[in-house]
Design a protein around this ligand. Structure first.
Ligand code: SF4
Length: 180
């Protein structure tokens, strides 16, 4: 009998602390079960340089804070069937939005010029340009599911992935997962 094709899953790290990815790794033995059902095609846990075409599920950590974040979010949306905002930074913009009251240039000068011990100057080479404000993912692209938490509990991530792999849309309002 032919095996069912594996789901193509991607993860992405926008403006976040990687804690949501750590929670993803914390699903313990589900990782072994998942290994037989998914192929991880992009994210900090694999070596791919470009977000690929034909992704089934994309889990996105972090707010949209820079032009690079925005471009990656748009690429993710265009190439993924189901996009998940993973964690409070992606869901609400959370910690990254603490800078939103200050215009980006003033903020950068405060940190890199007024606050510099040596060699003051705002870095420009290889640094993505900040957007005016850090925003939740759904303000940049259409999101199919929000998974809250800072970070989301591993049980929530496990539930969501299991449901999706079974062909069901996860319902986080149904009390299937405790958020603390
Ligand atoms: Fe880190 Fe919390 Fe943001 Fe996840 S939601 S990236 S754990 S600050």
């Amino acid at each position: 009998m032919k095996n069912a094709p594996k789901a193509r899953v991607a993860t992405a790290w926008l403006d976040g602390c990687s804690g949501c990815h750590m929670s993803l790794l914390d699903v313990d033995e589900l990782l072994l079960a998942l290994a037989g059902k998914i192929t991880l095609v992009f994210g900090p846990l694999v070596d791919a340089q470009q977000f690929p075409e034909g992704v089934d599920v994309a889990l996105v950590e972090g707010a949209v804070s820079s032009q690079d974040d925005l471009k990656l979010a748009q690429t993710i949306r265009a190439r993924s069937k189901f996009v998940i905002a993973l964690g409070d930074c992606a869901v609400t913009s959370n910690v990254p939005s603490m800078r939103n009251a200050i215009p980006p240039q003033r903020l950068l000068e405060r940190v890199y010029v007024a606050g510099a011990g040596a060699q003051p100057g705002v870095p420009t080479d290889g640094v993505p340009k900040l957007l005016r404000a850090a925003t939740p993912l759904h303000e940049a692209i259409k999101v199919d599911l929000h998974v809250p938490g800072c970070p989301p509990p591993a049980a929530a991530i496990a539930y969501v992935l299991t449901e999706l792999l079974e062909g069901r849309k996860p319902d986080l309002t149904a009390g299937a997962v405790k958020f603390g």
